[in-house]
Design a binder for this molecule. Structure first.
Ligand code: GLN
Length: 486
């Protein structure tokens, strides 16, 4: 069994304890043994992985010292990968092979990582349980009857089960943090614009953001060093200078002010999750931080606002999938209109169709002001809540989700219950601030994540805080015990 510690693996590769080819073979073997029951991968790229590993071994031999060289990772199947199937877990893209590479995967490639394959997800990243995938649900490695969270459920399950050292995810309303929480790993949603969206299949462009999912904050920092930074191919990419995300990991936390928003500990929250969350916050007091009660008064408006804005943007973004240019086209269309209609109604799953309809309605003449514009105004209030709170405190902590991972099929018939899952994560996307989930305990053997939210471009600080916690706790080192075939 190999550790999922990039710093250590990099050392071991350089000490010739094993080669990247051997490490890659080990991970491919793990996937073959365990993924039949987890379903965390849509595509395995075995040949290419071994090729990349051979190249990585040469780079290591030549003395290159980027710790990511030769590290086997996985990418969410939402990032376009040149000449490699990219489905976004949708039938409409089931045969789409992009002619170009996304910036995130390109940068990870240049850093020397070895892509093992593309991970399962909710179709077009719409969902909180990974049950909306054309390729079937993903199972939670801690309990095969439970969901892994969504939409980056495949990435979270793969890392949790040690089928990859780390993975990429995307987070439009919680899709990195909630699955990280449900599967007991560490995930970071960076500030909007910190990581390029070029080559990411768009869901809601003003909210989408890519980030790392790994065992530890330190590993997330290594990946941030590769993917963060300006990209002239994405007009919303930020020119703010990046930092060395590993350089500040060991700063002491003395004097750190942590805000605990009272709205995050209200009725919606399972009392046991509340206890784990508060216990974790108290751990920070031991590290020299102080806890401050704060308020984010508009928390409850985040669900109605998000579930107007995200579908509106999706309805516009997804209009490009028309059976003409990409992916699936229906059989024997009568005429052009029939081709559009049937390709889209056969190609998109139920949740995606629902959101396209909601979004089209909210943007239509006569309703725009009442829904979309109103939602944007609320978004502004939510952002202002964070801006105000972050003048008082350095970071904000709270739960990631109201509960631990729920059972498969338990919420599929109740969209309101499913959307309520997102109550604590949506607002960071609406405001555009960075937010993390780190493992902070267990309830009935299921992992619980702690959410840490910070000011714009405070990724290095969040990683420092998470790393210090992980130096003093061992929640993040726990791994599910998988039996053969599970
Ligand atoms: N669960 C949210 C949704 O379904 C968020 C998904 C995401 O972050 N991609 O929209």
């Amino acid at each position: 069994m190999h550790s999922q510690n990039i710093t250590l693996l990099a050392q071991q590769l350089r000490n010739k304890e094993f080669s990247s080819v051997e490490l890659t073979q080990y991970y491919l073997e793990q996937i073959k043994q365990h993924d039949a029951s987890l379903n965390s991968f849509i595509t395995l790229t075995e040949e290419r992985a071994l090729d990349l590993a051979r190249q990585a071994d040469i780079r290591i031999q030549n003395g290159e010292n980027n710790p990511l060289i030769g590290i086997p990772i996985a990418h969410k199947d939402l990032f376009c990968t040149e000449n490699t199937l990219t489905t976004c877990a949708s039938k409409i893209l089931h045969n789409f092979v992009p002619p170009y590479e996304s910036t995130v995967t390109q940068r990870m490639l240049e850093s020397g990582t070895v892509m093992l394959g593309k991970t399962n997800m909710d179709e077009f990243a719409m969902g909180s349980s990974n049950e909306n995938s054309y390729f079937g649900a993903v199972k939670n490695p801690w309990n095969l009857n439970a969901v892994p969270g969504g939409s980056s459920g495949g990435s979270a399950a793969a890392v949790s089960a040690n089928l990859a050292v780390a993975a990429t995810g995307t987070d439009t309303g919680g899709s990195i943090r909630q699955p990280a929480s449900f599967c007991g790993i560490t995930g970071l949603k960076p500030t909007y614009g910190r990581v390029s969206r070029f080559g990411m299949i768009a869901f809601a462009s003003s909210l989408d953001q890519a980030g790392p999912m790994a065992r530890s904050a330190e590993d997330c920092a290594h990946i941030m060093n590769s993917i963060a930074g300006f990209d002239d191919k994405d007009s919303t990419s930020s020119e703010t200078k990046t930092e060395d995300y590993t350089a500040q990991l060991n700063l002491p936390l003395t004097g750190l002010k942590i805000g605990l928003p009272k709205e995050y500990f209200g009725e919606a929250l399972d009392p046991e999750v509340a206890k784990v969350t508060l216990d974790a916050a108290k751990e920070f007091e031991k590290l020299g931080a102080t806890l401050v009660d704060i308020s984010l008064p508009n928390l409850n408006l985040s669900i109605p606002s998000y579930y107007v804005i995200a579908p509106s943007e999706a309805s516009s973004n997804l209009s490009r999938f028309d059976g003409v240019r990409f992916g699936y086209r229906c059989e024997d269309p009568k005429d052009l209109l029939d081709m559009y209609m049937r390709s889209r109604s056969e190609g998109f799953g139920a949740e995606v169709q629902k959101r396209i309809m909601v979004g089209t309605y909210a943007l239509s003449e006569g309703y725009y002001d009442a829904y979309y514009l109103k939602a944007q105004k609320i978004r502004r209030l939510i952002k202002q809540d964070f801006v105000n709170a972050l003048t008082e405190v350095d970071v904000i902590m709270g739960p990631v989700a109201p509960t631990t991972a729920f059972n498969l099929n338990s919420k599929t018939q109740d969209p309101v219950a499913m959307y309520l899952e997102d109550i604590y994560t949506l607002s960071a996307n609406l405001a555009g601030i960075p937010a993390m989930s780190i493992p902070s305990g267990f309830i009935d053997k299921m992992p619980v994540g702690l959410q840490i939210m910070g000011n714009y471009f405070a990724e290095a600080k969040l990683l420092n805080i998470a790393h210090q916690f992980q130096q003093h706790t061992d929640w993040h080192t726990q791994t599910p015990s998988l039996t053969e075939g599970a």
